[in-house]
Design a protein around this ligand. Structure first.
Ligand code: PGA
Length: 257
């Protein structure tokens, strides 16, 4: 059985105090069932949120980024070791905003992923095409190529700690979601590629999350798709009620599987 996951990517939002209030409200209201819920706060309060969820079954935290070196003269960066030390289990790697604004290449993303895995962290690895690529009709090749030059270079042993997040760039923060069919078609293609590279067992096991304007109003329809195993949620993760509703949609879908 695949793990159903709802991860909140808070991006550069919330002060430590606001973040704590937000996480507390979710902790209070959310019913998880077997769903895993991950908070991705900024580094300034990752430790605080990690302490808050301690002992709460089903909850975890994610760092939004990390550097690929062990330590050293990298002003402004955070290492895998630091993330590990505070007990944060997950790291988001390869978000389109990191690729676009911070020029993170596939080679850098693979190095980051390997470093995170070496440090026994699980990686939420993002992929997804731009609007131009989708309009050209080359989105399947594009996304599979992103994976071929990164996480498909891992050994099967390493790959088992990977979660894939498919996030079409044109749907991120735009209010425009992929249709359930568009999400399913891409998730199916990704799983088929995983099967070819890593074998059937890992393909069946890997959770593939959808990201891009997931909201309470569309979560259920997207989650119901057979190859969608949860969501990576940006904007709606900043509102406790919305995030709880999305978790609820995940729990209902997961129960029906
Ligand atoms: P969004 O962001 O839900 O605000 O579209 C998703 C993401 O970037 O992970």
């Amino acid at each position: 059985m695949r793990k159903f996951i709802v991860a909140g990517n808070w991006k550069m939002n919330t002060t430590p105090k606001e973040g704590k209030t937000l996480a507390k409200a979710v902790l209070k209201k959310a019913k998880l069932g077997k769903v895993k819920v991950i908070f991705g706060p900024p580094f300034t309060h990752l430790d605080k949120i990690q302490r808050l969820i301690k002992g709460r079954k089903g909850f975890a935290t994610a760092a939004q980024n990390m550097h690929q070196a062990d330590s050293g003269a990298y002003t402004g960066e955070i290492s895998a070791d630091m993330i590990r030390a505070i007990g944060t289990k997950y790291v988001i790697i390869g978000h389109s905003e990191r690729r676009q604004y911070f020029k993170e290449t596939n080679a850098i993303l693979l190095a980051k992923t390997k470093k995170a895995l070496e440090n026994k962290r699980k990686v939420i690895f993002c992929c997804g095409e731009s609007l131009g690529t989708r309009e050209k009709g080359t989105h399947f090749q594009y996304v599979i190529r992103q994976l071929t030059s990164t996480i498909f270079k891992l050994s099967p042993e390493e790959f088992k700690d990977i979660i894939i997040a498919y996030e079409p760039i044109w749907a991120i923060g735009t209010g425009k979601t992929a249709s359930p069919e568009q999400a399913q078609d891409m998730h199916f293609a990704i799983r088929a590629a995983v099967k070819k590279k890593m074998g059937e067992k890992l393909a069946e096991k890997v959770s593939i999350l959808y990201g891009g304007s997931v909201k309470p109003a569309n979560a259920l329809e997207i989650f119901k798709q057979p190859d969608v195993d949860g969501g990576l949620v940006g904007g709606a993760a900043l509102n406790a009620d919305d995030f709880v509703k999305i978790i609820d949609a995940a729990r209902k879908t997961d129960m029906g599987r």
